[in-house]
Design a protein around this ligand. Structure first.
Ligand code: SF4
Length: 202
């Protein structure tokens, strides 16, 4: 329930047929969010609400459209590390920076499309988009529609474009500058760090 996701990922998720079928449950859960709690109370309330609304028979019902936070959960290395004799079971810091940079990149693409992107926990982000997806696509600012307790619980945030550009550049720089002790992927997989950026993660 505390998976973080961006509004762009929320649109993808809502296009999944299972997500559409779960809209009522999603709205009911969103309506149960606490009113004006402290951040700690908001988090406790969310954690008390049970598993993700998209869980079906102990499996992810929206697997193909699940957000990056779900894809990266408990993923300790990338597929191309498998079988390497020097594999040390950790995701190199540079790859974490690449993952984060890609999230910012996607949000900046939303800005360039004339939208005001946001991020937050999976429940309020999808609930907000379920009600206002068309307005969001059309460039509407959804921030005034977010109930205050979501903001108090730091569950939804609307970063401005300058912050997105700054943080994207910083994470991209870390990716470019850091040198993993494991080095680059196998030489027969990629020829350069630019190629590494093109490798699908997870
Ligand atoms: S993997 Fe699927 S069921 Fe699990 S938290 Fe993510 S969206 Fe929900």
């Amino acid at each position: 329930m505390t998976v973080l996701m961006s509004s762009a990922e929320g649109l993808d998720l809502l296009a999944h047929p299972v997500a559409q079928a779960r809209l009522d449950a999603l709205r009911a859960r969103a309506a149960d969010l606490p009113h004006e709690p402290s951040p700690r109370q908001a988090l406790d309330a969310l954690l008390d609400q049970g598993p993700c609304v998209f869980l079906e028979n102990h499996r992810c019902g929206v697997h193909a459209a699940r957000p990056d936070g779900c894809r990266a959960a408990y993923v300790w290395h990338e597929p191309w590390f498998c079988g390497r004799p020097d594999y040390d079971q950790c995701v190199p810091a540079e790859l974490n920076a690449l993952r984060v940079a890609r999230v910012y990149e996607r949000m900046l693409a939303e800005v360039e499309a004339g939208r005001k992107p946001f991020w937050g926990f999976i429940l309020p982000v999808t609930a907000l988009l379920a009600e206002h997806a068309e307005a969001y696509r059309g460039g509407a600012d959804l921030e005034p529609l977010v109930q205050p307790h979501w903001l108090q619980g730091e569950l939804v945030e609307f970063p401005d474009a300058a912050r997105l550009r700054r943080e994207q550049a910083e994470h991209r720089r870390i990716f470019q500058d850091e040198r993993s002790p494991l080095g680059s992927p196998r030489a027969d997989d990629v020829a350069s760090r630019d190629d590494l950026a093109a490798i699908p993660l997870y």
